[in-house]
Design a protein around this ligand. Structure first.
Ligand code: LLP
Length: 386
């Protein structure tokens, strides 16, 4: 168990549970997003004085209602593809392009051209772009994404720093980039690093600010230091809850040393993970060779995180929420892959039966947006709870 207990999840409140059971009657699998939780997280970040600019990484969950809510809370929106940029302007009519940040990786050059033409801030992570397409970049202001040579995150597959990573300009080549930029009259107005997702190493942030500030001073024209996303959430009672106050205090202390720069962040998970649940029905309950399994009508196609990262998501029997969870079940989906497992040794009521509504918790980030139609299973539905 963790030192500081997690607060009770929103969906445990009796009226929320009733609303979710009602939604499940319209068919499952379906995601439900609790907007008050998104707004609460947004306001927690807005209250951090050391941070000057906040972007939401829409890749985590690009539901239009969530984009509108976060735009209304004053967040900029960070996009990684032209599709995400289109989503922003479709979902939030009249959104100021100056509040959009475009952070692509190996994207087609046309996506950079379109972003510049729209007045969006573009983050560039290699010098080859400037060399091959000088006309696209000449005279522009842009941000530079640097690989600081170290990464972090909840799993090797979400670590975006260091030699093995495709992301960011090698720190050794910053001088070379600055030369190429100068030759094209390109102004570097921001430096950026996003070194992983679900970072629970509290020492990470000071190092990133310090190292980026070092580059910013040498480059000269930099106004903004963007330390990326990566704020963690506690997915289980064994995870240490993220200490936002300590994080804010740490940022304030380090920022004092670098007063010339504005500090930007671009979290995804922190804002939306806990707001989302995946509703699903139990399909079959089977014992095989001493292992009890409960099958769900949602599989790894609906929520891929357990299969891809061995990620843990709490699972509850929403139809029997007050029953004792006293039996270990393996919770599996209907997909024809051995990795189609949501969790092993999940404590659930012994009385769990086919037809029960099951809830997969903390699924608001990297849930629906990573879903797919493998085995020709339908994509999950989505609902928003105001
Ligand atoms: N900024 C950049 C440039 C990013 O690449 C990402 C996430 C973020 C911000 C937001 O990171 P966050 O605050 O959400 O950690 N699918 C994985 C996570 C992949 C993250 C990709 N980049 C998962 O489900 O754990």
């Amino acid at each position: 168990g963790s030192v500081r207990p997690r607060p009770a999840a929103w969906w445990r409140a009796p009226h929320e549970r009733t609303r979710l059971l009602e939604l499940a009657r319209h068919g499952t699998p379906r995601y439900a997003y609790h907007l008050p939780t998104v707004i609460e997280r947004a306001r927690q970040l807005q209250a951090i004085a050391a941070v000057d600019r906040r972007y939401y990484a829409i890749k985590a969950n690009s539901h239009p209602a969530i984009l509108r809510a976060l735009a209304a809370e004053g967040f900029g929106l960070e996009c990684v593809s032209q599709g995400e940029v289109e989503r922003v302007f479709d979902a939030v009519p009249g959104f100021d392009p100056a509040r959009v940040l475009f952070t692509p990786s190996f994207a087609p050059i046309g996506e950079y051209e379109t972003a510049f033409a729209r007045g969006i801030t573009v983050t560039v992570d290699n010098v080859e772009l400037l060399r091959r397409w000088p006309g696209v970049f000449r005279g522009r202001a842009l941000w530079l994404r640097i690989d600081l040579g170290h990464g972090d995150g909840h799993h090797a597959k979400v670590n975006t720093g260091g030699k093995a990573s495709k992301f960011g300009l090698s720190a050794q080549r910053v001088e070379e980039f600055v030369e190429a930029a100068r030759a094209l009259d390109v102004r570097i107005t921001g430096v950026h690093a996003h070194l992983g997702s679900g970072i629970d190493n509290s020492a990470h942030w000071k190092v990133v600010v310090d190292e980026l500030a070092g580059f910013a001073r040498r480059i000269g024209s930099v106004e903004v230091i963007d330390i990326g996303g990566g704020l963690p959430i506690a997915y289980s009672d064994d995870d240490e809850p993220f200490d936002l106050d300590a994080w804010a205090t740490g940022l304030a202390a380090i920022k004092i040393l670098h007063p010339a720069f504005k500090l930007a962040i671009e979290p995804g998970r922190f804002l939306v993970a806990e707001a989302g649940v995946l509703l699903t029905h139990a399909t079959q309950v089977i014992e095989k060779d001493g292992v009890q399994r409960v099958g769900l009508d949602a599989g790894m196609n609906a929520l891929i995180r357990p299969a891809l990262y061995d990620a843990w998501h709490d699972i509850a029997n929403l139809s029997q929420l007050d029953a004792a969870c006293d039996v270990d079940f393996d919770v599996v989906g209907p997909i024809c892959e051995s990795s189609d497992v949501f969790g092993q040794r999940v404590k659930l009521p012994a009385t769990t039966v086919p037809g029960d509504v099951m809830l997969v918790a903390d699924a608001g980030a990297y849930g629906f947006c990573m879903s797919n139609a493998y085995n020709l299973r339908a994509l999950p539905a989505e609902d928003v709870l105001e």
